[in-house]
Design a protein around this ligand. Structure first.
Ligand code: ATR
Length: 288
């Protein structure tokens, strides 16, 4: 156990339940590697106590907080300021505490993009992108892609109204670049046919339903980059099928890693040891 002092900068993740969150070991490893006098704590907090715990911690030597399910929306009412991307997404996963002021960010979408760009060398700017799903993760990814200059964003969802609502919001709040596409239609086939990048943001294919696919496999073309935010299993049926067709693929672990990397940079101004953090997450996943 490292020596803690009144100078030790504190960090935390809020969630309920927190279970085996990888954030504390991932960030603590980075702090150790960089010999930083910092400590990251898991804080399991209920919705009822969220405000009280946040206000209490903000009076301590706390520099940064991550927020996970189910508090990403509820935490916003306690913050002094919001970054425009977090405001558009309507959810916060990272808080910076600076000079008594709190500012909320959302690094889920930027973490996803970083992971995709780092792992494939493909840049999202000016690309045509097809997203399956319209939940919280899809919102963060789609809004951030619109901010980062994607040319066109198509969104399909089982509940079509949610895809319509999300695309309407992107077009209104950021810029005109998003269109809803009904599932399993000719329009969907055409839209996927035009796309450079396909992203699954649903839980389809997640353990134990490992043979499930979010779209018909005939829609996957070898020229596309295919990304799946599911990381258990590491290679989903979608990614395996895409790889067999010659596609570049990206798994979901990188989004988890890079949302943390981006938070670390916001809090400290320092780039953390990304590969060591990746190895740590992989080891923790394997131990589960
Ligand atoms: P997250 O925060 O991980 O994005 P979420 O907000 O619950 O989770 O969103 C889950 C997404 O996966 C939604 O788009 C959901 O579709 P609905 O909006 O129709 O519920 C999608 N999803 C989950 N299970 C699905 C399934 N079996 N078939 C199709 N879509 C599914």
């Amino acid at each position: 156990m490292k020596a803690l002092t009144t100078q030790t900068q504190l960090f935390a993740v809020f969630g309920y339940p927190l279970g085996h969150t990888v954030s504390p070991p991932m960030h603590n490893l980075a702090f150790d590697k960089l010999s930083m006098d910092c400590l990251y704590l898991p804080v399991e907090v209920s919705g009822e106590d969220l405000g009280t715990v946040f206000k209490g911690l903000s009076k301590m030597n706390v520099r940064g907080i991550n927020v996970t399910i189910p508090h990403k929306i509820a935490i916003m009412e306690f913050l002094d300021e919001l970054d425009p991307i977090a405001e558009n997404i309507g959810a916060v996963n990272t808080i910076l505490l600076d000079n008594g002021k709190s500012k909320g960010f959302n690094t889920d979408g930027i973490g996803f993009i970083q992971s995709l760009e780092e792992e494939t060398g493909v840049c999202v700017e000016n690309k045509k992108i097809f997203i399956i799903g319209s939940g919280g993760a899809a919102r963060a990814i789609a809004m951030t892609l619109a901010h980062k200059g994607a040319d066109q964003i198509y969104i399909s969802n089982r509940t079509a109204e949610k895809a319509i609502a999300l695309t309407t919001e992107i077009n209104k709040k950021i810029r005109q670049c998003a269109d809803p596409v009904p599932m399993e239609t000719e329009k969907q086939r055409e839209a996927i046919g035009e796309c450079n990048i396909l992203i699954n943001t649903t839980s389809i294919g997640m353990h134990p339903e490992i043979d499930a696919m979010p779209i018909d496999e005939s829609l996957i073309r070898g020229e596309m980059l295919v990304s799946d935010i599911v990381y258990n299993p590491r290679e989903t049926k979608l990614l395996k099928t895409a790889k067999e067709k010659g596609c570049q693929t990206v798994g979901g672990l990188g989004m988890l890693l890079y949302q943390g990397v981006e938070a670390f940079k916001l809090w400290t101004g320092v780039t953390p040891p990304v590969e060591a953090m990746r190895e740590k997450i992989e080891a923790l996943m394997q131990a589960k």
